[in-house]
Write a protein that binds this ligand. Structure first.
Ligand SMILES: Nc1ncnc2c1ncn2[C@@H]1O[C@H](COP(=O)(O)OP(=O)(O)OP(=O)(O)O)[C@@H](O)[C@H]1O
Length: 557
């Protein structure tokens, strides 16, 4: 059954929602439902199964969370026993954490009545048993984690479960969850209400639909896969791979790219290569990839959302893996150090991202859509810029054909980014110098160093952070890795490097170094710098019961 009802806009307060839920919605600043919410919420409240396809960033999480919370609140009026009523499955831990947070926000005015837990964090199963034994109303998790709890007897849904959501449904099979989902369905009661949410409707979603839904309403929003050109501007710039580094250096230093920016590369090594390169020019960036512990990943995203970082270099390598080549058996899975339940570009709600830069062009159309969908979310505007080497051209053409074809845009999808590469010869020269320091060994060291550092942050200090959550705010993930030798002069841009046409745009005198400016401005003394550095390093500056971490370590020895 396809729903093509086209009547007037229905507002949240006309949906028969509980006042506490309406208050939380208003606290979130959601003045009106998005199109998918407007269509899905009333149908869900009627008890219909729903298959919803709507573009990335269109508010699908609210479309299933609002009716679930409403139904839980309604059932509380007559329920005698506390039980698990809804299960939300998403393919990555980050998405679990995001859905969980959204539910917490939506239940902020009824948090005593509606309990929700996220079981995705990779702690030992028994650690989560106590919270599941309280039979929370809503359980969020990845399919593998939920199944593990079901099999361990920590969770029982056979009698009580009323609703199941499969979010980012099109990823479930390609992330290898088919068997997990089947096994979970095998433990559900015969009658339940189900929601499948997806940005695309492919064969995998159709297969899931057969498995999970009964006579569902299909909400296929005929909007484009990405926001319209008035909201999202997509540029491309042709440059050989070796020029990409000089180009990004010039764009940042000349302030041609401003605001929070996500830079996508195609593998973990490239993350560190780019980070070490930028580090030499005094441009700090965080790295996000599947090797980092999940606590660090979630912390980086939340700090980025809080405005602590300007740049994140992300590799969405899981999305770029050909589904045919995903490791199938357990041995293979164990051999891969990377977290299979990781996804940077899928569904993650990075907030207020001004720019997405495809430093490396993604290897599939879907990966392009999901990366670029991290900007221009909700009703915000955004820019996407793709660097294209000659060998990446066919991929760009595929994306262009797909977006132009499906979205029916009357203008070209991509605008050429007007930039004269030959005007940045000086940047190229410096970039070459910096690249010489970014050796394979430096990259390997940086990768190892960061993993070690992040493991320490996320495990050893976890209990400290649990007790002192405010300290977590000052723990930074973008500090210099120091695996390449830094040359202080590289951090500044002398006048002669700035192309004449860009002298004004580059904000000369506002951070871009001029000769006079240098002479006048004396930096902090070495001692001041050391003190600042020490203060900025929570591992050194934390106070454990009146002792600094270092002193404590020494004392323990
Ligand atoms: N009714 C609304 N009004 C304004 N903003 C909203 C509304 N509903 C959701 N949002 C905001 O829009 C952003 C995107 O929402 P959400 O993450 O649910 O999108 P999505 O469709 O699930 O995207 P994806 O497919 O990438 O997961 C979020 O920041 C969310 O807070």
């Amino acid at each position: 059954m396809e729903d093509d009802d086209d009547t007037k806009q229905v507002e949240f307060h006309e949906m028969g929602l509980d006042d506490r839920l309406l208050k939380a919605i208003s606290k979130l600043g959601w003045s009106s439902p998005t199109p998918i919410q407007e269509r899905a919420i009333p149908l869900a409240l009627e008890g219909k199964d729903i298959l919803a396809q709507a573009r990335t960033g269109s508010g699908k999480t609210g479309a299933f969370s609002v009716p679930i919370i409403q139904k839980v609140l309604t059932s509380k009026q007559t329920a005698i026993e506390q039980c698990v009523k809804a299960l939300i499955l998403t393919p990555t831990k980050e998405l679990c954490s995001q859905a969980y947070k959204n539910i917490l926000e939506l239940t902020s005015c009824c948090s005593r009545e509606v309990k929700c837990v996220d079981v995705s964090p990779q702690v030992p199963l028994p650690t989560q048993r106590p919270m599941l034994s309280e039979k929370p109303d809503i359980v969020v998790g990845t399919p593998s984690r939920v199944l593990a709890h079901l099999q361990a007897g920590n969770l029982n849904i056979r009698e009580s479960l009323e609703m199941i959501v499969i979010d980012e449904a099109d990823l479930m099979f390609s992330f290898g969850y088919e068997d997990n989902v089947k096994a979970i369905l095998g433990q559900m009661p015969k009658i339940y209400q189900a929601f499948l949410m997806s940005a695309t409707l492919g064969d995998d979603v159709r297969a899931l639909k057969k498995m999970v839904l009964h006579n569902a309403v299909i909400l296929k929003l005929t909007e484009s896969q990405l926001p319209q050109t008035s909201q999202l501007t997509q540029y491309h710039i042709k440059c050989p791979d070796e020029d990409k580094f000089a180009l990004i250096y010039a764009l940042f230093k000349l302030r041609l790219v401003r605001g929070k920016t996500l830079l996508f590369v195609n593998n973990v090594d490239r993350c560190y290569k780019l980070r070490l390169f930028l580090e030499q020019f005094g441009i700090p960036a965080c790295v996000l990839n599947s090797e980092l512990p999940v606590n660090s990943r979630c912390h980086i995203v939340s700090q980025f959302n809080d405005g602590l970082y300007e740049y994140i270099i992300a590799s969405d390598e899981n999305l770029l893996i050909d589904p045919q080549n995903r490791p199938q058996d357990d041995t293979q899975k164990r051999q891969r150090k990377k977290d299979q339940e990781f996804g940077v570009s899928r569904g993650l709600d990075f907030q207020n991202v001004s720019n997405v830069i495809n430093f490396d062009f993604p290897t599939s159309v879907q990966a392009y859509i999901h990366r670029v969908g991290r900007t221009a979310r909700g009703d915000n505007k955004g820019t996407a810029l793709s660097f294209i080497s000659l060998k990446e051209m066919p991929l760009l053409e595929r994306v262009e054909a797909e977006l132009a074809g499906k979205d029916g845009q009357d203008t070209a999808v991509f605008k050429p980014y007007q930039f004269k590469m030959d005007e940045i010869e000086g940047f190229r020269y410096r970039a070459k110098d910096a690249m010489a320091a970014v050796t394979r060994v430096a990259i390997r060291e940086a990768r190892l160093k960061e993993i070690k550092q992040e493991m320490l942050n996320s495990q050893k200090l976890k209990s400290h952070f649990d007790e002192n959550p405010r300290d977590l705010q000052i723990l930074r993930h973008d500090k210099n890795l120091h695996t390449v030798k830094s040359q202080p002069h590289m951090k500044n841009v002398p006048d002669y490097l700035i192309p004449p046409t860009l002298q004004n745009l580059a904000g000369k005198g506002k951070g871009v170094k001029t000769r006079r400016g240098n002479a006048r401005k004396r930096g902090p003394s070495e001692g001041q710098l050391k003190y600042k550095k020490r203060q900025a390093d929570p591992l050194k500056s934390f106070q454990f019961k009146g002792l600094s971490a270092n002193k404590k370590r020494k004392k323990e020895k």
